[in-house]
Design a protein around this ligand. Structure first.
Ligand code: ADP
Ligand code: ZN
Length: 758
């Protein structure tokens, strides 16, 4: 953490203390509410306010302008002489929802990512707890009379005896929720109260795990494998470093048994009575992982992702925060879940862009978790077959401990990767003769074949061969994709859709398709290889509930021997029958305009290649390209991933780009191009004037997609050698620009550590 971050964090000292009496004789509290506010608001607590005592992390109802809002108390505030404050209306929680460590992390994250604090704090709560929903439930407490009556055997009625008996076995005089006392029906409770044997009380609903409604699934029925030498060395290294903060980069080729390394370390943490948080980039990866974890460990993991109902999510979240769930597996938003007994954090596929939130609060779950691990003083494991350049650089320069797994754990060989030069080849639906022959050979040999094409739909554009017209989106600078299954043209950027025109709207000639999408590839293969069974994995084909699971099951059972898909294929799936992976075109990725293009290309290629040959049969990977001499491609195939990344790092250094510089992107959009350009020009001017020495400011330039959903998009890239200089500049923008909202319907945002410039 650098100076500015530290200072910012110290500004918001988060403590559990009660404040001194201030603000006209009663205690004052800083409360945050959702909205475009960078700080909190001060309220005082009248002692006759109803509800429990205020503490940091509890929800409160407050007057706000002319209305009322739900806020969260951040911290006590010292007396600010003469300041008029309004009173809290009600304190909603007995127990803080967010503990002081989590609050401190949220305060840091809001400052680091330059996002309004209340938005950040509320985004950390499960949706069900962002309003006034009460967690208080009725409870019973045993009285002294009740205890005596029980001991003297004066209690009649077995129900009453049971209830008093259960209360008597409770430690201390703690009240017990009525829902936890079988037999405590309303009449029984009434009789007990009338006798003076119990008092009615209210407590926070217990956060038990697993919930009583959970479906029984096998737990702990799979013994661990005997770890190989590399796995054992990795486990031992982390073990020997002890249970203190350290960041580990586990770089292991696909199928090298990284997950078994996590499992061994998770098991140890659980055995020590500690909690483990595992974050993965993709919701579709969680079911397999949950099943595998549950079978190997003896606990039932709590799960946190966006596919849950509000109720399920709240139950899991509360169980983790309360410590009753000791293992939690989640997607990026789980990065903020409070941990009662933190022991270990694991971030799997740490290179994956899905770990960065791309809308609203633009945080990177991996980076947030590294901060939390440091603050909680526990180890964090970052795993990947293709680590990000950021993490590799930290590892190369000794800030992260670097562990490598170079062999496949099951004994399988890594697949051989070859390039297919498709220049001047007679293509059949995007497939060259050489790839077609390979597909046929693998199918006849009994293997499964996977074809990767990162474009969904039937064809990426419809064109008129006579006049050159291309069907474009009226709201974006983008072509419309033809989806033949539904026979619609769709914009993949704004969701616009329309019927497919029968002819060219400008010259009335017939329209023809250009380019290739997964729907078309599926058609071509189904026609060429009938009877082999084919599954398509992309966002359109897997949209319905349960469809993805069923498709994956068909592949696993070997019913589908051909698999066609987008990026979805790349993500960690383990299909032992796949022997051939074909990449329909490397060219789009090789020539991507983004500065991370080469890095992304190498990652996707190796990840998709990693699906091949995971079991006994050796795997083969064929990559079609028009540029077989492309340096990134040749280096990857001859020297491997590390060589590509080392070259990439040198280029980034030369171009003064991340990770050798700290970067932020200021994005703005508006219905008028002039307005948005002028706005960013002014921001750029101010920055150059005030922070010119420390920064490079590039732009404003139009965003790669210059118009989207009818709005013109521009951006400004800010680069600094020193992180605190970057943050100083961003605070300057927040203060100067954020306080006087720009007019003309300009929307703008700051993206710290942007992962792409789109
Ligand atoms: P990764 O997470 O690196 O992709 P996994 O942990 O999923 O790798 O392991 C890949 C395959 O190898 C899995 O089927 C797993 O059960 C198996 N495996 C892992 N470690 C061992 C081992 N030590 N002995 C035998 N098989 C192993
Ligand atoms: Zn559009």
């Amino acid at each position: 953490m650098n100076e500015v971050d530290k200072a910012r964090q110290d500004d918001f000292h988060v403590t559990g203390d009660s404040p001194d009496a201030g603000c006209s004789g009663s205690a004052c509290w800083m409360v945050v509410v959702p909205g475009p506010f960078f700080g909190g608001f001060t309220y005082h607590h009248d002692h006759d306010t109803v509800g429990p005592a205020p503490r940091p992390g509890v929800r409160v109802r407050i007057p706000f302008g002319q209305s009322e809002r739900v806020g969260v108390i951040l911290e006590p505030v010292r007396d600010e002489a003469g300041q008029e404050t309004r009173a809290l209306i009600e304190v909603l929680d007995h127990e803080p929802l967010l503990d002081s460590d989590t609050l401190a992390c949220l305060v840091w994250a809001a400052a680091y990512y330059h996002h309004p604090l209340g938005e950040v704090v509320f985004s950390a709560l499960p949706a069900a707890l962002r309003g006034e929903r009460s967690l208080r439930v009725p409870a019973l407490r045993l009285t002294a009379d009740g205890r005596v009556a029980l001991e003297e055997g004066r209690v009649r009625g077995s129900r009453q005896q049971d209830v008093l008996g259960m209360l008597a076995t409770c430690p201390g005089k703690a009240p017990v929720a009525v829902s936890e006392l079988p037999g405590a029906s309303a009449p029984v409770r009434r009789r007990l109260v009338e006798q003076g044997w119990v008092d009615l009380d209210e407590i926070t609903a217990p956060a038990t795990w697993p919930p009583s409604t959970a479906v029984e699934t096998p737990v702990g029925d799979t013994p661990p494998p005997v770890l190989n030498d590399e796995q054992r060395a990795a486990v031992t290294a982390v073990e020997e470093a002890g249970r203190v903060f350290s960041t580990w980069l586990i770089e292991g080729v696909t199928g090298s048994g990284k997950t078994e390394v996590y499992l061994a370390l998770i098991e140890q943490a659980l055995a020590a009575g500690l909690q483990v948080l595992v974050v993965v980039p993709e919701i579709s990866l969680t079911p397999q992982l949950i099943d595998r974890f549950a079978r190997r460990l003896t606990v039932r993991p709590a799960v946190l992702h966006s596919g849950l109902s509000d109720g399920e999510r709240m139950a899991a979240w509360r169980a983790v925060a309360a410590g009753s769930a000791s293992l939690v597996i989640g997607t990026r938003s789980a990065a903020f879940v409070p941990l009662a007994r933190p022991g270990l954090i694991v971030v799997d596929e740490e290179h994956d862009a899905a770990l960065k939130q791309q809308e609203g609060f633009l945080y990177h779950a991996r980076d947030v978790l590294i901060w939390r691990a440091r603050q909680m003083d526990i180890p964090i494991l970052l795993g990947s077959a293709t680590p990000s350049l950021e993490s590799l650089r930290h590892a190369w320069e000794g800030r992260y401990r670097h562990l490598t797994l170079t062999q496949r754990a099951s004994g399988a060989q890594m697949p051989a990767i070859h390039c297919l030069d498709i220049r001047a080849q007679p293509m059949e639906g995007g497939i060259s003769p050489a790839l077609m022959r390979a597909i046929e050979r693998h199918l006849l040999d009994g293997g499964q074949v996977m074809l990767y094409l990162n474009r969904r739909g039937y064809a990426p554009s419809l064109v008129c061969h006579a006049c050159g017209y291309v069907a474009g989106c009226p709201h974006c600078d983008a072509y419309l994709t033809w989806h033949r299954e539904v026979n619609r043209l769709r914009c993949h950027h704004c969701g616009f859709e329309q019927a497919v025109p029968r002819e060219c709207p400008s010259c009335h000639a017939p329209l023809s398709v250009r380019g290739m999408g997964t729907e078309q590839l599926e058609d071509v293969l189904a026609a060429r290889f009938p009877g082999f069974g084919i599954v398509r994995l992309d966002r359109d084909a897997t949209a319905g509930k349960g469809v993805l699971a069923e498709s994956l099951a068909r592949i696993a059972r070997g019913e589908a021997r051909l698999v066609v898909g987008t990026q979805m294929l790349v993500k960690g799936h383990d299909f032992p029958g796949v022997t051939l992976v074909g990449v329909i075109s490397a060219d789009q990725a090789l020539f991507a305009s983004d500065f991370r293009g080469p890095e992304r290309f190498a990652q996707s290629l190796l990840q998709v290649a990693g699906r091949a040959g995971r079991a006994e049969r050796p795997g083969e990977v064929l990559v079609q390209t028009h540029d077989p001499a492309h340096p990134v491609l040749t280096r990857l195939l001859s020297d491997g991933y590390a060589a590509v990344m080392a070259a990439e790092l040198a280029e980034r250094e030369q171009a003064e780009l991340p990770p050798t510089r700290f970067a932020a992107l200021v994005r703005a959009d508006a219905p008028q191009a002039d307005a948005v350009r002028a706005f960013l020009t002014e921001v750029a001017g101010t920055l150059r004037e005030t922070h010119g020495e420390a920064l490079s400011v590039w732009g404003p330039v139009p965003a790669p997609l210059g118009r989207r959903a009818g709005r013109f998009r521009y951006q400004l890239l800010i680069l600094a050698r020193i992180r605190s200089e970057l943050h100083r500049a961003l605070w300057h923008i927040d203060e100067r620009v954020g306080s006087r909202r720009p007019g003309q319907r300009i929307r703008w945002s700051i993206d710290v550590d942007p992962i792409d410039l789109a």
